[in-house]
Design a binder for this molecule. Structure first.
Ligand SMILES: NC(=O)c1ccc[n+]([C@@H]2O[C@H](COP(=O)([O-])OP(=O)(O)OC[C@H]3O[C@@H](n4cnc5c(N)ncnc54)[C@H](OP(=O)(O)O)[C@@H]3O)[C@@H](O)[C@H]2O)c1
Length: 282
């Protein structure tokens, strides 16, 4: 039996992992803990939990993910995205657990015109990205057996995300002005959950940083337009600037070459959106 702790269990990625893999025929036992059950910023609780459970993997889905709010809640963002990740890393190191930590495309400044590779130098523009990069540094400086999986523009039927906001506004007949100058790759949480499961199931030991994004790229406007076309709505208008406290990278497309070199097949981003639309509107 492989025992896998999933932190941040009320978040959209963790809920997707639960929906897809809680029951599985691969002898993988998932233990889901939400913030109330295991606050990863509580060093003693984390230490005790790891000591009293025989874990093989920890999938860290817990994070401070509100990019706008992070600009004013700087301390909190760093506490959860950096200090708490150090706690988890130390606990993993002491109990020989593989840490599978989720990070973000927002560690990059977006100045490149090409998709970002794992070897590219991060240079975050906003507090969220800076705090996530600190978390990555904590993992790398503490552990050898880790995966840092950077993903981008996550959406699902769970929680708050751009995909759901756009659908709600379409259903309310609201017109939306959406920025067309930021390019990235929308990622269905089910795609990322499948990759995480693949790493665990195959007991992959090629540790390190991986960029996970489906094939293709678009702007937030293109993403919204694709959703709107499903509802035959014409309420989406392109704009060049987006009023926001947090600076955002113009290009945060992640290169998926390294993942492909593992023999892992990726689908197109549009296919992920179609699946989520069908699942969401059923
Ligand atoms: N969302 C995106 O577009 C995106 C893009 C790229 C990468 N990522 C990364 O992907 C991962 C999963 O993101 P997500 O979208 O699933 O996030 P999410 O839906 O916001 O879920 C994060 C969860 O973490 C919990 N949490 C916060 N502080 C915690 C603490 N101290 N201890 C335990 N749990 C805590 C939150 O609980 P409360 O709600 O109760 O605070 C929430 O349930 C994160 O690492 C994120 O940085 C996200």
């Amino acid at each position: 039996m492989i025992n896998v702790l999933v932190t941040g269990a009320n978040g959209q990625l963790a809920l997707t992992i639960k929906e897809l893999f809680y029951k599985n025929g691969d002898q993988i036992n998932f233990i889901f803990k939400n913030k109330a059950e295991l606050d990863i910023s509580n060093h003693d609780k984390v230490k005790d939990f790891f000591k009293s459970n025989q874990l093989d993997y920890c999938v860290n889905c817990a994070a401070f993910t509100n990019v706008e709010l992070a600009e004013t809640k700087v301390e909190e963002a760093f506490e959860i995205n950096a200090e708490a990740v150090r706690n988890l890393s130390i606990a993993c190191q002491n109990t020989n657990v593989v840490l599978l930590h989720i990070s973000t495309d927002y560690v990059f400044d977006g100045k490149s015109s090409k998709p970002y590779k794992e070897t590219n130098q991060p240079n975050p523009l906003n507090v969220y990205g800076k705090s996530k990069l600190e978390g990555e540094i904590a993992v790398i400086s503490t552990l050898s057996n880790y995966f840092i999986v950077r993903s981008s523009w996550l959406y699902s039927k769970y929680g708050h995300n751009f995909f759901k906001t756009v659908i709600k506004k379409i259903q309310n007949g609201e017109t939306m002005n959406i920025v067309n100058t930021q390019i990235g790759t929308p990622t269905n949480c089910d795609d990322l959950a499948n990759f995480i499961y693949f790493l665990i199931k195959t007991k992959n030991d090629q540790f390190g940083i991986y960029h996970f994004a489906p094939i293709g790229q678009t702007s937030w406007y293109g993403f919204a337009l694709y959703i709107a076309s499903y509802f035959k709505s014409n309420h989406i208008k392109p704009v060049e600037t987006y009023r926001s406290l947090a600076k955002r990278p113009k290009n945060s497309v992640l290169s998926n070459e390294k993942i492909k070199s593992l023999g892992y097949d990726l689908g197109k981003w549009e296919d992920g959106v179609k699946r989520c639309l069908i699942n969401y509107t059923l």
